[in-house]
Write a protein that binds this ligand. Structure first.
Ligand SMILES: [Zn+2]
Length: 277
């Protein structure tokens, strides 16, 4: 699913999509979960010690290895040397002659980082640990043998029905201009626990979800989740509640950390919100 040219979004940035990918631990190309598979990123500088930027964070969401190699062959930004980046904000920047990719065992943090492009705004950065492998290429043809081997080795990714429906909803919301008109999956990701991440509302496009903080505590409670999983009117919220129930204690590390913050912060009360007014 989703490994078509429209699915490969290495040259575009949408923080709401990145947030959903971070919360549900999905690949930025195919939208499927990582599970135990390594997470691959384009390394910013060829040959640089990877530890420094793995800790600093990557501005794009990670992908499966097979998806990275696929994207390298079809994505105009990654496939041709000196290709221009497609989005307006970074127009004019060019790809390096050689692209290097690194794979990591696990995602340790997703952080809110001041935007290098827009003052006063932030973007999400992904930090990983335990590098497993890396490779570099200059022309996509160099990756053909690797791609075929990856396809031979590829195993089906099993997802439960609620997650499959959530992924389908996420993928259906990108129109031809690469815009996400509703952002409802990002909203569900906020309810799931992202709203507790420090400074999350300063991230581009996420201030619209400020009101989610008022009821996000409800989603920390298992009994409430059971109710939302049946009664929520918003399909993304309903599927997110079912996803959390199905995952039980096996939720992605990044989301688990944010939910932990939620559990230790006091829920908003009527008197406090009255004072805030
Ligand atoms: Zn993938």
């Amino acid at each position: 699913m989703g490994r078509d040219p429209e699915g490969a979004e290495f040259g575009a940035i949408d923080e709401r999509r990145k947030l959903a990918l971070a919360v549900f631990d999905w690949c930025a190309v195919c939208g499927m979960p990582f599970g135990d598979e390594p997470r691959w990123q384009v390394l910013p500088l060829v040959g640089e010690e990877v530890n420094s930027h793995a800790e600093m964070g990557f501005g794009e969401a990670p992908v499966h290895e097979v998806c990275a190699v696929y994207a390298a062959q079809v994505c105009p930004h990654l496939s041709s040397p000196n290709a221009r980046l497609g989005d307006g904000q970074r127009a004019g920047q060019r790809r390096e002659q050689t692209v290097e990719l690194g794979g990591f065992r696990r995602t340790t943090q997703v952080n809110v980082h001041p935007s290098p492009i827009q003052q006063g705004k932030s973007t999400l950065t992904f930090c990983h640990a335990d590098e497993v492998n890396r490779f570099a290429y200059s022309r996509p043809e160099e990756l053909e043998a690797r791609y075929h081997q990856l396809l031979c080795d590829e195993q089906d990714i099993f997802v439960k029905p609620s997650e499959a429906k959530l992924i389908a909803l996420f993928n259906s919301m990108v129109d031809e201009n690469n815009e996400d008109p509703g952002g409802v999956v990002a909203g569900a990701a906020m309810y799931a626990g992202a709203v507790f991440a420090p400074s999350i509302l300063s991230v581009l496009g996420l201030s619209a979800y400020a009101s989610h903080a008022n009821s996000a505590h409800l989603f920390l409670d298992h009994e409430n989740l059971r109710i939302w999983a049946i009664e929520a009117k918003d399909p993304a919220t309903k599927l997110m509640a079912r996803w959390l129930i199905a995952r039980k204690d096996n939720i992605p590390d990044v989301l688990a950390e944010w939910r932990k913050i939620g559990r230790t912060s006091p829920p908003p009360t009527e008197s406090r919100s009255r004072r805030a007014r």
